[in-house]
Design a protein around this ligand. Sequence first.
Ligand code: ZN
Length: 231
Amino acid sequence: MKSQSIEELYGMELAGFIKISKDKDALLVVDIQNDFLPGGALAVTDGDQIIPGVNILAAKFHQIESPIIFTQDWHPADHSSFASTHPGKNPYDLYEAPGIGPVLWPDHCVQGSPGANIAPGLQTANATLILRKGFHKSIDSYSAFLENDKTTETGLRTFLEAVGIERVFICGLALDYCVYYTAIDAKKQFEAVVVLDLTKPVNSPEDSVSNAFKDMVNNQVLFVTSDQILE
Ligand SMILES: [Zn+2]
């Protein structure tokens, strides 16, 4: 794998080498689905580039028999996060409503559609859990833990707690939305580590990445590169 420049890693301070442990570490692979890849409905630039590295990282967690959780954005066709459900609105327009926003999206990850499928290059055979989120029509769910109303649980917290997890490593799409919100909610109960070379941002609005990093730093989320994670 090519090494990442500081610029590519957003100038964040890295935590250094971390040895993962069977009894306390889990890997969360967030929303690597066709609609978020180049050519998809809500394409994240270079989103496909992280897939080989995610497969390698997941293999490390599999090797030590730690849980590997994949999440899948999974919306009804008339979901309130879609610009198409709001007359006169366009994708990426700023929009705030309870459980929705700060922007509206193109229709994406509609339940059962090819765009909602997990990317074919991603190896899911070793998944412990595949968690679907965003299925309530009027609530979005960026976080893998809590829907955007900040109270509706997805069940992931309880699962991780039940199997004794203390720390979660988070990768996937997109850095400034689902990875970011997942990290913030993870940190409420677990240590949270974002794998910076295995995530890519939407970059909309233009300050979304800088705001996400500010909030993650304030919440003591840690950052590593995948080659610093040792089994
Ligand atoms: Zn969505």
